[in-house]
Write a protein that binds this ligand. Structure first.
Ligand code: GUN
Length: 286
């Protein structure tokens, strides 16, 4: 019987736990952990994500401040805002929603954020620590994927994990986290030869490509555990629908466990953002 890995229930558990820790943190320090979320431009999907991050973190007891900047914001204006947030003692976490408008440099913005407040775990200092196995703020979506996998597989050691996609946000960090958990890791991408054959040898398949329903039944090893990071808007017969990178219905009976879309990885990302913001606040006050 295939297990549906319920990210919503697991995320609710994590959020409840974080909310309790936030209450204790406030009592102990007389400070509310603060998160600043910066959105440049009017991309509708990013707007939905940012408003959701603000609302959910506030519900858990954080003080969350949104900075909505126009598309025409200059690099210098963005640098100045980041600088101001870095120096603001009431802000413990800073998240700049990506992608940025084309005239702004993502790497320059990421490097401007203080590594201690980098709740996305994108700063090269945090990336370097993750790769070398040191304590670091770890990107939220990969962290959420690992929590789901560890709940489902008692021992990841020696498992062949195939990650589809090599982005800095998901593919690369999750490959490193899987490696830390003693998996044998293969990263495949748009230039990989024999991609289907490699995927068919995966005990764990993590799909993070942003291509709706790309992974079909013949890509899957029987009994594999599938984590679908894709959240793709599609429409059929005028009805809008969210689908993953994996053809869920087609692979369902072949896998041992799979994350649904929606309700899988998505809710875990926000839960892990809260966990990271709390961790960042704890480190800054200790
Ligand atoms: N855009 C898509 N995913 C993310 C994320 O995890 N963090 C940020 N900052 N931007 C994103």
């Amino acid at each position: 019987m295939t297990v549906i890995i319920d990210g919503k229930t697991l995320a609710d558990e994590i959020v409840q736990n974080v909310a309790q820790e936030v209450s204790a943190f406030k009592l102990k320090n007389k400070v509310t952990p603060g998160l600043a979320v910066v959105l440049v431009g009017g991309d509708p999907a990013s707007g939905v994500y940012v408003r959701n991050k603000i609302k959910r973190t506030e519900q858990a007891g954080f003080r969350s401040i949104a900075h909505y900047l126009p598309t025409a914001t200059t690099q210098q204006q963005l640098d100045e805002l980041i600088d101001q947030l870095n120096q603001d003692n009431s802000i413990h976490g800073i998240l700049v929603q990506l992608p940025l408008p084309a005239h702004l440099s993502e790497s320059r913005v990421i490097e401007a954020i203080s590594p201690a407040k980098d709740v996305d775990g994108f700063h090269p200092e945090n990336v370097g620590k993750l790769v070398t196995g040191q304590q670091a703020l770890v990107p939220c979506t990969p962290l959420g994927c690992m929590i789901m996998l560890k709940r489902h597989i008692a021992d990841l050691s020696g498992k062949h994990a195939v990650v589809i996609g090599r982005s800095n946000i998901v593919g690369k960090p999750i490959a490193n986290l899987l490696l830390q958990s003693d998996c044998t890791v293969t990263v495949v991408h748009s230039r990989t030869q024999n991609i289907e054959e490699i995927c068919r040898s995966a005990d764990i398949l993590v799909a993070a490509v942003g291509q709706p329903l790309m992974i079909k039944e013949n890509w899957i090893k029987p009994g594999a555990v599938v984590i679908d990071v894709g959240i793709n808007q599609t429409s059929s017969a005028g009805k809008r629908k969210l689908v993953g990178d994996v053809d869920y219905d087609a692979v369902f009976s072949k896998v041992s466990a799979i994350t649904p879309v929606p309700g899988g990885v998505g809710p875990m990302t926000i839960a892990c953002l809260m966990q990271n913001t709390l961790t960042a606040a704890q480190h800054q006050l200790n």
